[in-house]
Design a protein around this ligand. Structure first.
Ligand SMILES: [Zn+2]
Length: 136
């Protein structure tokens, strides 16, 4: 998966603060929901993102636009495998990485810095194979 650096473990000290702030019952429900969503979406990316969808690049992964919308771009898994260090996962017209506008906003507010060039290097990774639809 991409953006591993930005991701957190399902249960961390910061999430335990959630339990303290919300109270034990609601906090535990929020924590459990967060952990379950994290695990399900991770499984979806690594399962469906290697099984269903379309390929633009010659690698094992696939792109699923709908999955990309709910996983902040990670559903564009074929693109991620083509260029794993890129903070921007959308490579072609019609693909949308919801995390990219957020990253750009944080950069504009000087709260974040993009260490690699998001668009640099894609020319070496432009669609190498005809768009291929994959299903089991
Ligand atoms: Zn993968």
């Amino acid at each position: 998966m991409g953006k591993e650096i930005l991701q957190d473990r399902p249960i961390s000290h910061r999430k335990l603060v959630l339990v303290l702030l919300l109270g034990f019952g609601p906090g535990l429900v929020a924590l459990t929901t967060l952990a379950a969503v994290y695990l399900v979406l991770n499984a979806a990316i690594n399962g469906a993102g290697h099984t269903f969808g379309y390929k633009s690049f010659a690698n094992d992964a696939t792109n699923l636009r709908l999955l990309a919308l709910i996983t902040f771009g990670e559903g564009l898994h074929n693109n991620h495998h083509a260029r794993p260090a890129s903070p921007k996962l959308a490579a072609f017209r019609g693909e949308f990485d919801p995390a990219w506008p957020v990253i750009r906003l944080l950069v504009a507010l000087r709260l974040a810095e993009v260490l690699s060039k998001a668009d640099e290097g894609w020319e070496n990774h432009r669609r190498r194979i005809p768009r291929t639809v994959v299903s089991p």
